[in-house]
Design a protein around this ligand. Sequence first.
Ligand code: SF4
Length: 332
Amino acid sequence: MKKRLQQRDCQGFAPYSLLIRNNCYNGTKTDAKVIKDKKRLVTSYSQIESYLTCPLKWYYQYVDGIKVDIPPSPILEYGNAVHAVLEAYFKSWGRLNGEAMSEIYNREVKLRGIEWDDLEQGLKDTRDAVAMISRIHQLPDKYEKEGMVNLTKIEALFLSATPVGIEESFMLPFRFDTPVEIQGEKYEGMYISGKIDLRSIYKHKILGDLTYYVDHKTSKSLFSEEKLKTNLQFPIYCMWSLHKYKILPKRCYYYFTRTGEYQDLEITQERVDESIKRIKYISSRMYDFKSDINQTPATNSNPNFPLCYWCDYGKYNSGYCKFSSNYQKKKI
Ligand code: SF4
C-alpha cells in the first residue's frame, strides 16, 4: 500500500524549512524561532548529510516539504529510546543503576509504540540495549576489580570525566563567501543547528580541564576509515566549541551502544578549516535555486543506489520519486 504524502502549504514560500519563519513552519528539523528578530537560513548536520546522500531527497524533504505520513521507523525510535537511557544516566552523573536504566528503556519503547517489522530484529535490538545497560552499570565494579588500565578509553571517560553538557542544543552562525539569494532575499550566511549527545570535562592534574565530545550511535557497524575522515558531524561540533568556548576538544568519540566499541578522533584546527571550506561549497550548491543542481537524484551516478530501498520517497515506500532504483533489500 502506498503511503500518503502531504505537502505543506507555505503560501508560496517554497523552501519552507530552510527558513525560520513563525508563520510558515510546521517543525521537523529546526526549531521554529526567529533569531534576533530576523528570518534566518538554517541547516543542520543531518540536512547536510541528507543532501550529500541524495540531493533530490533533501530537496523533496526540505524544500518541497513533502512529508510521508507514516510512523517513524522502528530503527529511528529504537535509537531514540537508547539515547533516552544514556541521557538519563549522564544527567544522574552516573548514579542510575541497571534496574532504573532498564525501566527507562522499557518505558521509552512503550511510549514510542515501537513495533519491529521483524521479530528477530526486535529481539536483537532488545538484547543489545540490555547489554549496553549491563556494561554501563558494571563499570564501577570493573574498575574496582581490574583497575583503570583494563577499561577502554570510552569506559574510562564515562567513569572519570564530568558530564557538563547532555543533549546540548546549539545554533552556530556560519558565514558564506558569497551571499545566496532565495526568492529575492539575500543571505550572507546561515545557522547550523544541532544537539550534542555528551560533553564531558576531565580535570587533568597538569593539563587542566580537557573537553571530550561523545556521539552515541545505535548503528550496527563502525564507520569506515573514509567516513571517519570526511564526516562533518564532529568538525561542526568543534566549530561550535571554538565559537562558544574558544577551545577545541581534546578528543571526540563515536560510542557504538550495541557493542560498547568506540572510534575516537582528534579534530585539529586544520580539519575544522577544511570542513568550513567544504560546507561553504556544499551550501553554495544546496541553495543554488537558479540551476537544478540541488535536485540531482543519487541514481544519476549510481542507477542501483541501494538507499532508495529505505528512502521514504523510494519505490518500496511512497513511490513518489520517479528516479528510485529497483534495488530490493535481499540484494543488498
Ligand atoms: S528514491 Fe532514491 S533517488 Fe529518489 S529521492 Fe530517494 S534516495 Fe534519492
